[in-house]
Design a binder for this molecule. Structure first.
Ligand code: PMP
Length: 374
C-alpha cells in the first residue's frame, strides 16, 4: 500500500527510533526520583528541554512536555477560560483547539477565512479594533489543505493589540523551518507528525500557564504525570534531523514534485479542483475536490484503498453520516461538494515515483467510479 496520509501520522524516523531505544536502556528511572539514576534521567530531560528550546528559539522555561498537540491545545484554552477571559480563533483550527474553544468561551469570535484557505487578515484587524480577547489562535499550516497561514502577521497584530497569540504549529514544525515560532505567546506541536513517536508533544508558553493535569510537580507544576522521557528524547532527535534537512534545502525538491503532480493530475482529470491552489501550501499536502460521480455513496477513499493507496478525506458525501469539514465550509465550499474532498499528504520518504503512482491510481479510480477523463 502506498501511504499518502502523513498529515495523520508520519512513520517513526530512524533517528527517533535510535534515540528512543537508547533512552529506555540508559534511563530506567523516574526523573522525579531522588537517587542518582533518577537524577541522570532528570538531567537527560532537562537537556532535551534545552535542545528543543534552542531549535524553537525560546527560553527553556517556556517548554512543557505533553502527550501531544490535543492536550497542549486544550491546556491553553482551559488556562484562559479559567481566568474568565475571552478567546477567539480562526475558523479553520483543528478540533483539538476549536472544540474546547467553543465549549469553554461564551460566544468566541471565529475570524473569517478567504476562499484561498488563508485567514482574512483584514477581518482580524477589524475584529481587534473592537473588543479585545485575551487570546487569539491561528494555526501555522492547515492540516486538511496544507495552506500556510500568515502567522507572522497575526503574531505582530496580536502583539500590537496586547492579545496573546496562540499558534498550533503541528503541521508546520518539521516540514518548514521553525524559525520565529518560538516568539509566539503560546505554541503547540506533536512529535508523530514529524517522525517522532505517537503520544508526545509540547506546549511553549508562559511559566504561569495553568496545568490541565493536576496531581504532581512535574513540568514546574504545569503538567502532572511521569514524563515520557524516551518519547521526549526521540521527539527532539526527530526534530533536530528535520531542521538539519530543511536547512540543506530538502523541502525545495519535494515542493516541485507536489506542484508537478497537481499540474499532471488536473491535465488528465480537468474536473479535479485543487483546494487552496492560489495559496502557498505545505510541500507535502494536496487537497482536492474529486469529480462528481454517478453514485455519490461510493467513496473515493474506499476505491483508492482497494487499489493500494492510503489517502484521507475530511468528510463523506452529502448523503453520508459524517458532517462536512468546517475547514472546507469556511473556505466557501458547499456541503455537497465538500463530500468529494480528498487529501493526499506525502512524507519525507515519499519519492516522485510515488506521486506518479498516485496520479495513475487516481485515474484508475476515476474510471472505476464512472467519471470520464475530460
Ligand atoms: N493540531 C493539528 C493541526 C493537527 O493536525 C493535529 C493532529 N491531526 C493535532 C493538533 C492533534 O495532535 P495529536 O495527535 O498530537 O493529538
Amino acid at each position: 500500500v502506498l501511504y499518502f496520509d502523513h498529515n495523520a501520522t508520519h512513520p517513526l524516523s530512524a533517528a527517533a527510533r535510535a534515540a528512543w531505544l537508547e533512552a529506555v536502556e540508559k534511563y530506567p528511572a523516574n526523573p522525579s526520583s531522588p537517587h542518582r539514576l533518577g537524577q541522570r534521567a532528570e538531567a537527560a530531560l532537562e537537556n532535551a528541554r534545552e535542545r528543543l528550546a534552542a531549535l524553537l528559539g525560546c527560553t527553556v522555561g517556556r517548554i512543557v512536555f505533553t502527550s501531544g498537540a490535543t492536550e497542549a491545545n486544550n491546556q491553553i484554552i482551559f488556562h484562559h477560560a479559567a481566568r474568565g477571559s475571552a478567546g477567539w480563533a480562526s475558523g479553520i483550527e483543528h478540533p483539538s483547539l476549536r472544540e474546547p474553544l467553543l465549549a469553554r468561551f461564551a460566544k468566541p469570535k471565529l475570524v473569517a477565512t478567504q476562499p484561498s484557505g488563508e485567514i482574512d487578515l483584514t477581518g482580524l484587524a477589524q475584529a481587534l479594533a473592537g473588543d479585545r480577547p485575551a487570546m487569539f489562535a491561528l494555526m501555522a499550516a492547515n492540516n486538511e489543505t496544507g495552506v500556510l497561514q500568515p502567522w507572522q502577521s497575526a503574531l505582530a497584530m496580536c502583539r500590537a493589540a496586547g492579545v496573546s497569540y496562540v499558534c498550533d504549529a503541528t503541521q508546520w514544525l518539521g516540514r518548514l523551518p521553525a524559525r520565529g515560532l518560538g516568539e509566539c505567546d503560546f505554541l503547540t506541536a506533536s512529535a508523530h507528525k514529524f517522525g517522532g513517536p505517537v503520544g508526545v508533544g509540547f506546549l511553549a508558553g508562559p511559566e504561569k500557564t495553568a496545568g490541565l493535569l493536576l496531581g504532581g510537580p512535574q513540568e514546574s507544576g504545569r503538567r502532572a504525570g511521569t514524563e515520557n522521557l524516551p518519547g521526549i528524547l526521540a521527539m527532539v532527535a526527530a526534530l533536530k534531523e528535520r531542521e538539519t534537512a530543511l536547512r540543506a534545502g530538502a523541502a525545495d525538491e519535494r515542493l516541485a514534485w507536489r506542484q508537478r503532480f497537481e499540474r499532471e493530475l488536473t491535465a488528465a482529470l480537468p474536473a479535479v479542483r485543487i483546494l487552496g491552489a492560489e495559496a502557498d501550501r505545505l510541500w507535502n499536502t494536496v487537497a482536492v475536490l474529486m469529480p462528481e460521480t454517478p453514485d455519490c455513496r461510493r467513496r473515493w477513499v474506499v476505491v483508492l484503498d482497494r487499489l493500494g493507496f492510503a489517502v484521507s478525506t475530511g468528510s463523506a458525501c452529502a448523503s453520508g453520516k459524517e458532517a462536512p469539514s468546517h475547514v472546507l465550509l469556511a473556505m466557501g465550499i458547499a456541503p455537497a461538494e465538500a463530500g468529494r474532498a480528498l487529501r493526499f499528504s506525502a512524507g519525507w520518504a515519499t519519492t516522485w515515483a510515488d506521486w506518479e503512482r498516485l496520479r495513475e491510481g487516481l485515474l484508475a479510480a476515476a474510471r472505476e467510479m464512472g467519471c470520464s477523463a475530460s
